[in-house]
Design a protein around this ligand. Structure first.
Ligand code: PLP
Length: 420
């Protein structure tokens, strides 16, 4: 067991809330501290308890499905360490993600290399580090894998109906059902081992029945494989779930549909292990961004009909990249950190990010109370596809991340980590 600060919860970057302090108290204190230092640096607070709560919800509602967290969604080391302590697996998309997870002491058996179009050097890296399970969806990928990692345990990704998802993936990844027999035949010819089927219904899925249809499709693939003499033992149902309490389709509804479809097409005694690759579900609600108003322009006309123009110190090239890159991210809401009176006048407000680029627009026309330079704003639900996509364009630094946990939870995590 490696006891470095990256590995445990008692030192390093995790902040422990003591004396009953809450996340909001932590944010208030952080803002006060920055003000006392004449700094306005934006920051993110990561509520690790939220990650744990979502894992608990997963175990309760999808007891047959082992989650392999999609690292691409948010690779904050403290989040990965919590998930490791909770014994999830990890879905990695590249050599660097595999390395990051291995550095935490995760077993290669708990990693799926879930990218169907991999550079050959990344396949060789997986082989050298005993990461055996990886996806494919084409003849060419089979050729590459047979050269670089002939002992790999292959998972055939199929394209499924993703028309009800906000971010569709099947146009880029996944073999059509009509191609399955040929691909499996080629794998057999090359002496490669295909152990299962995966799919991803698209991120931000808005129709639970999509999972029923996709699981039925996967059953067809298992049956085709069986005729070819390939006995499959793994089904990977991908990701696609929102991590918010208030969302179009609740996780409970998804899990009802998934459990019923699994019981119908892959009953518990069928010997097939079921896994998934959730990203958004685990981290979306855990992160809160605090940004500062760094500039303001006069309103065109005063009074309630006027328009305000603000500039804040994070934007679409930073943590708020989700505005342009993530169609599954609901519209961003900026909430003043100060108390706002019920009767306070709201103005139509345009909010820009800090860079010298007019593409960097955060809000186009939001109704907000008047803000002053130096005011702080909070943005909730900032954990999914935010920090992993942010840049330091124009020299504006990425937001610092403060992972936060209660003393009680820290002790529990420490215990789980030591026994993991
Ligand atoms: N697995 C794969 C292969 C993906 O491409 C993605 C997202 O793009 C995920 C898992 C995670 O999906 P989500 O964050 O919607 O759960």
């Amino acid at each position: 067991m490696n006891g470095s600060s990256l590995q445990d919860f008692s030192s390093g970057d995790v902040h422990v809330l003591d004396d009953g302090r809450s996340i909001n108290d932590f944010i208030d204190d952080q803002i006060k501290m920055l003000q006392s230092e004449d700094s306005e640096e934006q920051f993110l607070v990561a509520d690790l308890q939220s990650v744990i709560d979502h894992h608990q919800q997963w175990l309760t509602l999808l007891p047959r499905v082992k989650p392999f967290y999609a690292v691409k969604c948010n690779n904050t080391p403290a989040v990965l360490r919590v998930l490791r302590a909770l014994s999830t697996g990890f879905d990695c998309a590249s050599k660097a993600e595999i390395q990051m997870v291995l550095n935490l002491g995760v077993s290669p058996d708990d990693i799926i290399f879930a990218h169907t179009t991999k550079p050959m050097s990344h396949i060789r890296f997986a082989a050298a580090h005993r990461v055996q399970t990886m996806t494919f969806d084409s003849e060419e990928e089979l050729r590459k894998i047979s050269l670089c990692h002939p002992k790999a345990r292959l998972v055939l990704r199929i394209a499924v109906d993703d028309s009800d998802s906000l971010l569709r993936l099947s146009s880029k990844f996944g073999a059509r059902l009509g191609l399955v027999e040929k691909l499996l035949g080629l794998a057999v010819d090359r002496d490669l081992t295909v152990i299962g089927v995966s799919f991803h219904v698209g991120s931000g899925c808005t129709a639970s029945q999509t999972f029923h249809r996709a699981i039925a499709d996967a059953r067809q693939v298992f049956d085709i494989a069986s005729v070819l003499g390939v006995q499959m033992s793994l089904l990977d149902i991908g990701g696609g779930f929102s991590g918010r309490d208030k969302c179009q389709v609740k996780f409970e509804e998804f899990s009802d549909v998934i459990n019923a479809a699994l019981d119908k097409f892959f009953p518990p005694d069928c010997g097939v292990q079921i896994i998934a690759e959730p990203g958004r579900f685990y981290v979306e609600s855990a992160f809160t961004l605090a940004v500062n108003v760094i500039a303001k322009k006069n309103c065109e006309e005063s009074g309630p009909g006027g328009q305000m123009v603000y500039y804040i110190n994070d934007g679409v090239y930073g943590s708020l990249s989700c505005i342009v890159n993530d169609p599954a991210h609901p519209p961003v809401q900026l909430l003043p950190h100060r108390a706002v009176g019920v009767g306070e006048v709201r103005y139509r407000s345009v909010v820009w990010g800090p860079t010298c680029d007019s593409y960097d627009k955060v809000l186009d026309s939001a109704m907000m109370p008047e803000l002053q330079v130096g005011d702080w704003l909070l943005v909730h639900h900032m954990g999914a596809y935010t920090v992993s996509l942010s840049t330091d364009f124009n020299g504006f630094e990425r937001a610092k991340i403060f992972p936060v946990v209660t003393e009680e939870t820290r002790r529990l995590l420490e215990l789980r980590h030591t026994s993991a």
